[in-house]
Structure formats: structure tokens, C-alpha cells
Ligand binder design. Structure first.
Ligand code: GLY
Ligand code: MN
Ligand code: MN
Length: 432
């Protein structure tokens, strides 16, 4: 079976083989055991929560829900996959997909949870804290060596063509859900119905989404990680914020759209247009060598311009940034690296693995890197009306046009989020 994606996956696995061999040699290891992880049952129960395999395990295997399994990397040999496949008549038996990538592995189907016994100088990474002391001892490997983890994290920062193809497809699949969510909002649905419309149209069950979908009507659009779905539709519809993605072969999309309801003031509709423009401007600025932190600062300066031009702030744009006004209207960072995890690894380090933390004034920023070809990031400017964050501005007597801001509180806020690849010459927006 050959198709372009499988050909790309073949090259991806070859790239991992070479890169792992080089990194293991540099860190002085003969071999590496990567644990998928597993979910334990709830306390005093026999049901377990939804699970996501360890990122470095998925980097090889590309399946997000494999548990109690191992990938063993020994340079010069085929990677080995010890796949837990219990003889269990309660559940569907684990079967490998009929795809060419399985040929790249020596695969053992294990009825009992496998435990490799490593020889030579070996490393083991993953959530092995969950194994018993005896199991960790029997493994015979150095657990979670920091230098190796950093090097493998760094490898995930630059996506292969295969990974980009997966991220592009994850975006396409999510968009079907976003269109259905918008239609459900126009039809005056409740949050739960919008969520179900999203899941149905994007063909995924709730336990498989890459992160809990955020479906916020009205004021809930101003709760950054709003975690409920109201069962009833509110009598007035000001706004809907949908932050929802999809996984494709392990890779995540992370897309946000904000929609204007029939009861919103005109200013809100115009602000949504302005925020789309800001998102597009920030995306267009992406190119190798540009600093993500500088782009985050640009977001704050442009937010200040928007606050001034919409008469929401009655002083200069410069003072809006200096006085922390824009931070109260947008308390999160511009975005993050995206890949096998929604908030992907190595965002706050240099390529050499040195810490590069977020500045003290922007503690929520998850990415401080300089763009290089192959990175995939989110660009997600936001503008929110969060009473908890606006109250201190009022106390300080900051020059906010309170009647205009108060008229927007019921709209909650706006976030527009796309997923963007850094290319050799600039960028490619992966979000259709
Ligand atoms: N969906 C979480 C985020 O946008 O970072
Ligand atoms: Mn998001
Ligand atoms: Mn995001």
C-alpha cells in the first residue's frame, strides 16, 4: 500500500532513526525505552479516565491511545514495539493498522503488560513513576535523563513533512466542526448542542478530542478555559466562542472562532472584525528569524490601538501597554508550539536547551522561541471583558470608557486562533 502520506511517514521514521542515533550517542546511551504510559482506574473503582500516550512515544507510533506499551530504540537496529494486546473478551482486541509503517518496527504483541529488560547503558523515558519499584529496577535503565529529554523535545519543535501533513489534516477536520458549531449558534442552540454539533460534524467522540472543547456563549466567552456546557439556550445571544480542535494520527489542531449573536451591540461585531484583522496581521509577520516574543509585544501594541480607536480607552495607546491595560484585556500569551501535544514541548528554551522563560509581565506566554522553518505555532490574539481583571483598573482610576466597556461585558470576549507553519521564506497558514 503506497500513498503520499505513507511515503512521508516512511521518511519521518527514517529521520527519527538518524536523529535518535545521534542524540543517544551524544548523551552516551546505547539504547532507549520509551513508555506509552497508562491510565489508572479512579480510586476504588474499575473505570479509568480518558488517556493520551506520551508525546515521544506518539512521535514514533502515531497512535494517541496506546497504553502499557514500549518503543525500544537501539541505534543500528529496527525499532522494537512491545504492544500490549491483552486476551480480553470484555474489550475489542488490539490490532495494528494495515499500514506500511508497521514494517518499520519489530513488533511483539504482548498479552500481559510488557516490561523490557535493557542492557548496556540504557535510558527510559515516559511516565515510569507509575511502575512499581521492582519494575523500574528490572527495567535496568536510567530514568528520564534531562539532557536526552531536552534533545528529544527539541526534535519535536521542527516538524517533518509528514507531521505538517498530519497537522494540515487535523485542521481540515476541525473546520468541519467549526462550521457546524456556527450553524448551531445561528439556530439558537444551547452550549451542549453546539458541542454535539461540533463533535458530530468533525467525526470524533468527546474522549478523543485533543483538549476539552471550549464552547462559551455570552459571558462564558470571557472564561479563558470555560469547562462546562449549559443544557439550555440563554434568552439572549450576544456571542459564541468556540475553541476546539481535532487529532489526526496523533497530531493536534487548536482553532478558535468567535461569532456575533443577534443581541450583541454593533461595537462587538466591529471588534470581532478588528480581531480577525489583527490575527491576519500577526500571521503575515511570521518568518524565520522573527522572535515570537516580539510578535507577542506587537499583539499588545495593536490591542492598544484597537482599544483607543474603539473609544474603550481614553488615553494613548502607549500608555495602555505601559499601564498593563492590554494585559487586563488579554491575559494569555499570543500562543504556543503545536504538535503531538496542544501545548507542545520546548517552547520556553533555546535550541541548545537553555531556559528562555516568559518575561515576568507575561507569565502565561508559552513560547519565547525565534521562528525557524518547520515550527508550527498558534497565533491566537484575544480581547476579553473579564470583570475580575477589569475591577483593579477601575480601582486604579485607569482611563477606561466604562459605559462602553460595561456594554460589552455580556459578550464575554473574542479569541481568533489559527495554526501556522514557519516555512523557509515565511509562513503557511494551516487553518483553512
Ligand atoms: N485551546 C487551548 C489554547 O488555545 O491554548
Ligand atoms: Mn485554542
Ligand atoms: Mn492555543
Amino acid at each position: 500500500m503506497s500513498n503520499p502520506l505513507f511515503d512521508l511517514q516512511h521518511d519521518h521514521l527514517q529521520h527519527l532513526q538518524n536523529a535518535y542515533a545521534e542524540k543517544l550517542a551524544r548523551e552516551g546511551f546505547d539504547s532507549l525505552a520509551i513508555y506509552s504510559g497508562h491510565a489508572d482506574a479512579f480510586f476504588a473503582d474499575d473505570h479509568a479516565p480518558a488517556f493520551q500516550s506520551y508525546g515521544h512515544f506518539m512521535h514514533w507510533v502515531g497512535m494517541a491511545d496506546i497504553q502499557r506499551s514500549w518503543v525500544i530504540i537501539t541505534p543500528g537496529q529496527k525499532p522494537a514495539l512491545l504492544l500490549h494486546a491483552p486476551n480480553d473478551f470484555w474489550h475489542l482486541t488490539t490490532v495494528l493498522p494495515d499500514e506500511p509503517w508497521v514494517e518499520a518496527f519489530d513488533i511483539t504483541l504482548c498479552p500481559e503488560p510488557p516490561l523490557p529488560q535493557m542492557t548496556g547503558r540504557a535510558a527510559a523515558i515516559g511516565d515510569i513513576e507509575r511502575l512499581s519499584d521492582e519494575q523500574r529496577q528490572a527495567l535496568g535503565a536510567e530514568a528520564m535523563p534531562e539532557g536526552l529529554i531536552k534533545a528529544l523535545d527539541e526534535l519535536r519543535m521542527t516538524k517533518t513533512d509528514y507531521e505538517v501533513a498530519c497537522l494540515r489534516e487535523a485542521n481540515r477536520l476541525a473546520m468541519a466542526g467549526h462550521h457546524a458549531a456556527k450553524a448551531a449558534f445561528i439556530g439558537a442552540s444551547a452550549e451542549l448542542d453546539i458541542q454535539l454539533a461540533y463533535l458530530g460534524a468533525s467525526r470524533q467522540r468527546e474522549s478523543k478530542v485533543p483538549y476539552q472543547n471550549i464552547i462559551g456563549l455570552n459571558g462564558h466567552a470571557g472564561v479563558l478555559h470555560y469547562q462546562h456546557y449549559d443544557l439550555t439556550s440563554p434568552p439572549q445571544r450576544h456571542s459564541l466562542l468556540v475553541d476546539a480542535g481535532h487529532r489526526f494520527r496523533g497530531y493536534c489542531s487548536d482553532i478558535t472562532r468567535t461569532h456575533v449573536g443577534p443581541d450583541a451591540p454593533e461595537t462587538f461585531a466591529a471588534l470581532v472584525v478588528a480581531m480577525h484583522g489583527l490575527k491576519d496581521e500577526l500571521v503575515r509577520a511570521i518568518a524565520p528569524g522573527v522572535d515570537y516574543l516580539a510578535l507577542h509585544d506587537t499583539m499588545h501594541r495593536r490591542l492598544a490601538d484597537i482599544l483607543v480607536s474603539f473609544d474603550l480607552y481614553l488615553d494613548s495607546a502607549e500608555s495602555a501597554v505601559e499601564q498593563g491595560v492590554t494585559r487586563a484585556f488579554c491575559p494569555h500569551g499570543l500562543g504556543h508550539s503545536l504538535g503531538l501535544q496542544v501545548h507542545d514541548v520546548a517552547g520556553l528554551r533555546t535550541p541548545e536547551g537553555e531556559p528562555k522563560p516568559a518575561p515576568a509581565q507575561h507569565p502565561a506566554l508559552r513560547l519565547t522561541r525565534t521562528f525557524a522553518p518547520g515550527m508550527v505555532v498558534t497565533i491566537e490574539p484575544g480581547l476579553y471583558f473579564i470583570p475580575m481583571l477589569l475591577a483593579p483598573l477601575k480601582e486604579r482610576g485607569v482611563a477606561i470608557n466604562w459605559p462602553r466597556v460595561d456594554a460589552l461585558i455580556n459578550c464575554g470576549g473574542i479569541r481568533i486562533e489559527d495554526n501556522v507553519l514557519v516555512t523557509e521564506s515565511g509562513f503557511e497558514n494551516l487553518t483553512p
